[in-house]
Design a protein around this ligand. Structure first.
Ligand code: ATP
Length: 515
């Protein structure tokens, strides 16, 4: 896909999502607010379907571990605002920042590692920076420097020396030399709970859900029956003051995460890291995402967070990154960093006494010192951390299927399980008892499936709307229904219609919708 084509696919997805009620810009009537989005009637259904599937596969029905027994995972919903010491211990206060450059001319602010620069290959003349729009930068080159764009090469801003900044025309600027040097910019949004607004009362909106899990490690050990190895899963909002929120909901300032911290014995951590790596990839494929659109990207040693022993990202082929991939989930081997840090900062003991290991060592005839040294330890953590709102974006991109032959010109080919609306139920026309029968059918089916009853407009328009929102089946009550107790069922993907007896309908739908 060329860059222009892929940009327009994204524009079309954004426009469909707005038009049909998936996603709206937050505070739109006031001109919006950058980096914030509202999920409309269909967006919330889609998001909840993904959320519920994650929860089902993590907490209610977790996978079988390498030993063939189900792994133990419990749920949690911790507060968004925690004691600010949390973020000192986790390293976020000191280290959770991005390098940022400001433009003195336009007041624009950009993440330095996201700014790319077109620099002349012969080193002569101005360089032109851009964030998303390479074409605009090339136009600037043609206009301002009368040069052929092929004489330029693309580099990341942060790879250029300080003196080169004098020659760079910023992404939205007209003249060179207006970009400042990169400086660290904290990604944490702060707030002041209580009546007094001073430093002592400053708190943070969590930038990740994970820390709430570490803070409750001891509570969960003390109040439930879990034993290491076990996991704690949490889904919820996180907030990051992203310098350049962009690519629609991909990088937002308020978003939702689905994170699980898996606590295990230190010498088993690598085994569990490998386990969760493959489990998580399988999970993304279970959403109906094509395997060819997903890939692993192992972090290189220099890219690893200071605490991480190994990290891999699961990446997706987004229309705006193609032919490259972009992050969807990170799976990190965090060692014992978090529990050790919280233990140091809180003064509480957060290590774990492994009674089973103690018994096993005793049976093996280990020495008293070895038993003592090994059976009390700080658990290691493997963390699969993914974005729920990013998953919504992935399913929208994956489902988006242009089809010039349909009245809607496009349909959303969601795997039925994730489609926001499973069934459209229509009377063919508004007479001869058809609306009454269709409404009765709707009342029968809505307890089982998300249904929409729609008696308005022509049948063609109703099918077109259901195609655009990705509804797998449309059921139409027509003149024949009263005679032979059958309805037509239209399949979203094939557009084929079959007549199904009302007595067979539930079974027919269960086969197609998986319930
Ligand atoms: P990036 O490098 O893209 O800033 P990250 O590596 O900091 O992301 P993590 O801290 O690993 O991201 O967060 C786990 C997941 O949370 C990410 O894989 C992504 O799906 C999601 N996520 C992180 N930041 C955002 C954001 N600003 N908007 C939407 N989702 C996000």
């Amino acid at each position: 896909m060329s860059e222009t084509q892929s940009t327009s696919v994204m524009d079309q997805i954004v426009s469909l999502c707005k038009r049909r009620g998936f996603i709206y810009p937050a505070s739109e009537i006031y001109g919006g607010i950058r980096g914030f989005w509202d999920y409309g009637p269909l967006g919330i259904l889609l998001k909840n379907n993904i959320r519920d599937w994650w929860w089902r596969n993590m907490v209610e029905c977790p996978p079988l571990g390498p030993d063939g027994h189900p792994v133990d995972i419990v749920g949690l919903d911790s507060a968004i605002i925690q004691n600010p010491k949390t973020w000192e211990a986790s390293g976020h206060v000191a280290g959770f920042n991005d390098p940022m450059v400001d433009c003195k001319a336009t007041q624009g602010r950009y993440r330095a590692d996201h700014v790319k620069v077109l620099i002349p290959k012969d080193g002569v003349g101005s360089s032109f920076a851009f964030v998303d729009d390479k074409e605009a930068a090339e136009k600037k080159i043609k206009r301002d420097a009368h040069r052929n764009p092929v004489d330029y090469q693309e580099v990341v801003l942060t790879s250029l020396p300080a003196e080169a900044y004098e020659k760079i025309v910023g992404p939205d600027a007209k003249v060179a030399g207006t970009l400042t040097q990169p400086r660290p910019f904290s990604l944490m949004l702060d707030t002041y709970p209580g009546p007094i607004r001073d430093e002592a009362n400053k708190a943070y909106l969590r930038p990740e859900t994970a820390q709430g899990i570490f803070l409750n490690f001891k509570n969960i050990i003390d109040t439930t029956r879990v034993k290491v190895p076990f996991g704690v899963a949490q889904i919820g909002k996180s907030f990051r003051n992203e310098v350049t929120p962009r690519n629609y909901i991909f990088r937002s300032r308020e978003f939702e995460q689905m994170e699980m911290e898996f606590f295990c014995a230190p010498d088993e951590a690598l085994k569990w890291y490998q386990f969760w790596r493959s489990e998580r990839m399988r999970w993304w494929e279970s959403l109906g995402v094509a395997a060819s659109h997903l890939r692993f990207r192992d972090h290189a040693a220099e890219e690893l967070s200071h605490y991480s022993k190994a990290t891999v990202d699961i990446e997706y082929l987004y229309p705006f990154t193609a032919p490259d991939f972009g992050e969807l989930e990170g799976i990190a081997h965090r060692g014992d960093f978090d529990l050790t840090q919280h233990s140091k900062h809180s003064g509480q003991k957060l290590d774990y006494f492994d009674q089973e290991l103690q018994l096993a060592l005793k049976e093996k005839g280990a020495s008293a010192e070895e038993i003592k040294a090994k059976s009390r330890y700080m658990p290691n953590v493997i963390e699969p951390a993914s974005g729920l709102t990013r998953a919504v974006l992935v399913l929208l991109c994956e489902a988006y299927t242009p089809d010039e032959t349909r009245p809607s010109k496009v349909f959303l080919k969601f795997k039925p399980q994730f489609a926001p609306v499973k069934l459209g139920i229509f009377p063919l026309v508004n007479k001869d008892g058809m609306p009454e029968t269709a409404e009765k059918l709707y009342l029968d089916l809505r307890g089982k499936y998300t249904c929409e009853y729609d008696p308005k407009q022509t049948i063609g328009k109703r099918y077109a709307r259901m195609d655009e929102i990705g509804t797998p089946y449309c059921i139409t009550v027509d003149g024949q229904t009263a005679q032979d107790q059958t309805v037509t069922v239209r399949d979203r993907d094939t557009q084929g219609q079959v007549r199904v007896g009302l007595d067979k309908l539930q079974g027919y739908l269960a086969a197609g919708l998986g319930k």
